[in-house]
Design a protein around this ligand. Sequence first.
Ligand code: NAP
Length: 525
Amino acid sequence: MTKDKMGVLGENLIGYENSSEGELKFKTFNPLLNEENPWIFCQASSKEVERAAKKAREAFPTFSSLPGSRRAAFLEAIALEMETNRETILETYVAESGLPVGRAEGEFARTLGQINRFANIARTGQWAEPIIDITDNVDIRKTNMPIGPIVVFGASNFPLAFSTAGGDTVSAFAVGCPVLVKAHPMHSGTSSLVAQAIFRAARETEMPDGTFSHLLDWDNSVGEALVKHPEIQAVGFTGSLKGGLALNRFSQERENPIPVFAEMGSINPVVVLPKIIEEQGLHWATALAGSINLGAGQFCTNPGLLIGIEDSSFTTFIDQLADALSEQKPSCMLHPKIFETYRRSVDRMEQLGAIVLHRKQSDETTNFAVPRLVKVPGAMFTGNVELHQEVFGPFSMVVCCRDKEELNKLVANLEGQLTGTILANKEELETYADTIASLQSKVGRLIFNGVPTGVEVCSAMQHGGPYPATTDSRFTSVGDDAVKRWIRPVAFQNWPDPALPAPIQNDNPLNLLRKFNGDYTSQRL
Ligand code: NAP
């Protein structure tokens, strides 16, 4: 890739201004070649952070009051700009992540799909969810309004779909919030290319200066300054528990704390019930092996915990799973640091007493991880919370319970999770109803006879869960409801009709479905 193709790669975008005032320079890393990429990036200075935040504040009133169709056109222009630069973006993505081309292409398509989906959401405007109550005494009308400028942190494991033009950014644009993206340092090149696509789309569709800024950093300082900046009204983050908690703490240190929507990790328990394993053990061993190793296990929905009741079928199932995993090829992890953390975390599980079931560990070469599987007894798992920690990578822990009572105790002691899975036959749905209810109370998405990886982008998706999976289990970062993180309800009491926001005016000019005195209708008043 040439410098020309990369355009102004390396600089920050402060609204419509390219800027590289900071002194700290850095490079990204190619884990496949185990060497640095050639491009040089410039960390944003505190003055650049200040200008980006000020521009976002100035852009907010205009951007948020544009008709939804204008914001939809902006979003569609982003998708077109990305499509035009597809090859360069994909090439850079692979060079900065080590992920295979097929995965890059799949994530690219998903990202464009998300952008176009949120363009439709912007166009219909139904996110306003208008409610009107008119009684003899009072006229109260409530509608959702955009919260203000937000910060989005790019996620290391999704350089496109959870990064610069990912679900957080485009859901915020759909409802009228300016966005400041803090690029993930590991894929600053991919992020810069996508940022340039957003920049061009914003120009073409005449969005106000400051609707979007893109800031690069190598250490934590830019992220901290952004979360603490008084103009910022909310934060979107996907990453480690440590990182998410740090951002939450920064918010609490502000004079006016703001919501931090952090997705911070999950071990995604799979409860493997006896009868289904007796009937279909090999099928589920094969399916789970594929899910554990998918994307080198670097998914927030990776099945990191498999819980069952020890009997001969479960023992056979574990052997089949270990065999299926040993057939999987080593896969490249995102970065040497993530690879080293993976190895250290599995070693730590072994030090804590987990029994090793995986094979072919000797095949592991720099940055290329082999899937690993360990086993612990139920009582040991329940008694040591260190065993509950996420191992980011192609890893899973099998927990063998003595009986149903021990299984139920274990599930009751689990921390909050993004997903929980039940592998069961029909009869077990009844006999284990208490186990299922207990698991349901821990998770955002409950899966029946499936694997947790693969998060469909649709209206009904819930990608969030009780702490520590996320900071607020009421919200989702995937699917249409992702917009709910960036809006807040405002009620208008006894206001003259022309002075009301369009969603709650008598004529219903946006033709929205509204709740009027308790009934849903799209009629005018
Ligand atoms: P991370 O360390 O949490 O970093 C994510 C983003 O947050 C980066 O942009 C980082 O910026 C920023 N950040 C982190 N701590 C910060 C702090 N104290 N102050 C300001 N900004 C901060 O996650 P990662 O780099 O993606 O990967 C590290 C580990 O996170 C992985 O090994 C894995 O365990 C976990 N992870 C989990 C998931 C999941 O979905 N479960 C996804 C991704 C990662 P800087 O790099 O500039 O500091």
